[in-house]
Design a protein around this ligand. Structure first.
Ligand code: PHB
Length: 386
């Protein structure tokens, strides 16, 4: 009898920690990203980067195993509120990660603000997310649309270019990128002659290219990304514009797109918070691990996904895995230096990266580092009260 009781006790003592380990709830990460449409490859790169960091941590973040719940947001703002509500109210995710498209991200930020759900934005540059909508539970691992635009405006004006036409998609990302460019370019003596645009995600560029040819600016500044950027850069070259009217842009225009753009992208200069040839040990290790895992070269989107996971890890380390302890989470992230492949960065008070913006030039299949266009550039975070 005694023997049986002792055996049972021993068995329970051995089994108990295992049982606890098995039932410890997984950390539910809601990935709301585009997996179809012009931004599909961007969504995949973000997920790849996020998963790579989690895998490097043994599959756990904040001591909890990670479970992914995925939604294809199709870069469609009209479906975004329903999509994000599914993740928050049906799936009860601990954290939202998304998205690429600024309009979708603003809908996510609204729901995150209203419900208090943790949100990490791994791309979308909408200024409102860390501006008028800023909140203690909203973070961004990427950039604001203003940042690369502003850095390029300064660079092009200082280079002596005087008259520029901008061309982009008509939505928050395009508008804000072109406005950031214009702000710096005109402050430094340049003039934006025309602000051309077309609806997202249209790619019928011909009439606008004809207008550029007729306007004869010194140069063009552009923001496109993904499939649209591939077509724009090819059409610009095919229209014979490149030689007389050099093309400049936010780095998205040539990031993750060079294989498809081929020679059409040669020499194009862009500004971005990443480049293909940084050559730091941190970036080299990241690039090697990414290439081995996915048989693909990483791009800026992969870096932003990786860093979204790093930010989550830093916050959850401080809360011992509890995503609901928002003040402690935010305090830890706010004082962190994030060891990114792009170079270390901090988050501003409004939770947007304060980071170096690089000037890059397309050489072969790479966005080669030329110089640092703007050191530790912080978005002005207009409208953020926090
Ligand atoms: C955006 O909508 O904010 C956006 C989309 C794609 C990019 C960059 C920004 O590459």
């Amino acid at each position: 009898m005694n023997f049986i009781r002792t055996s049972l006790l021993v068995a329970c003592a051995i089994a108990a920690p295992l049982a606890i380990g098995q039932t410890a709830p997984k950390l539910k990460v809601g990935l709301m990203l585009p997996y179809t449409g012009t931004y599909a490859s961007l969504g995949t790169a973000i997920e790849n980067g996020f998963r790579l960091y989690v895998t490097e941590q043994g599959g756990k973040i904040g001591g909890r195993e990670v479970e992914y719940i995925k939604v294809d947001d199709e870069s469609d703002p009209s479906k975004a509120t329903d999509n994000v509500n599914k993740l928050v109210k049906r799936d009860h995710v601990d954290v939202l990660v998304g998205s690429v498209h600024s309009g979708v991200a603003m809908a996510m930020a609204k729901v995150a603000k209203d419900t208090g759900t943790l949100l990490i934005v791994p791309n979308a540059g909408a200024e409102a997310v860390t501006g008028s909508m800023c909140a203690p539970n909203i973070f961004r691992s990427s950039f604001t649309n203003w940042q690369p635009g502003y850095a390029m405006g300064e660079y092009m004006a200082k280079k002596g270019l005087k008259k520029v036409v901008t061309i982009t998609w008509k939505y928050a990302a395009g508008d804000e990128s072109a406005n950031g460019f214009k702000e710096a370019f005109e402050k430094n003596g340049g003039k934006v002659l025309k602000e051309l645009n077309l609806p997202f995600p249209n790619v019928e560029f011909q009439a606008l290219l004809t207008e550029i040819a007729a306007t004869k600016p010194d140069a063009v500044y552009t923001f496109f990304a993904g499939g649209g950027a591939v077509k724009f850069v090819k059409d610009y070259a095919a229209a014979g514009l490149k030689k007389n009217i050099p093309l400049y842009g936010a780095g998205f225009t040539t990031d993750g797109t060079l294989e498809a753009q081929g020679d059409a992208a040669a020499d194009v200069m862009t500004t971005l918070h990443y480049a293909d040839s940084l050559g730091t040990p941190r970036d080299n290790a990241f690039r090697l691990a990414y290439a081995k895992t996915y048989k693909l070269q990483p791009d800026v989107y992969a870096v932003q996904g990786y860093d979204a996971a790093q930010i989550l890890g830093i916050g959850l380390l401080a809360t011992k895995g509890d995503a609901s302890k928002k003040a402690e989470f935010a305090a830890a992230v706010e004082k962190a230096r994030i060891d990114s492949p792009r170079g270390t960065f901090t988050l501003s008070k409004s939770h947007n990266p304060v980071q170096d913006i690089y000037l890059r030039q397309v050489v072969g299949k790479e966005n080669k580092l030329v110089s640092v266009a703007s050191k530790a550039l912080a978005d002005p975070a207009r409208g953020c009260k926090m």
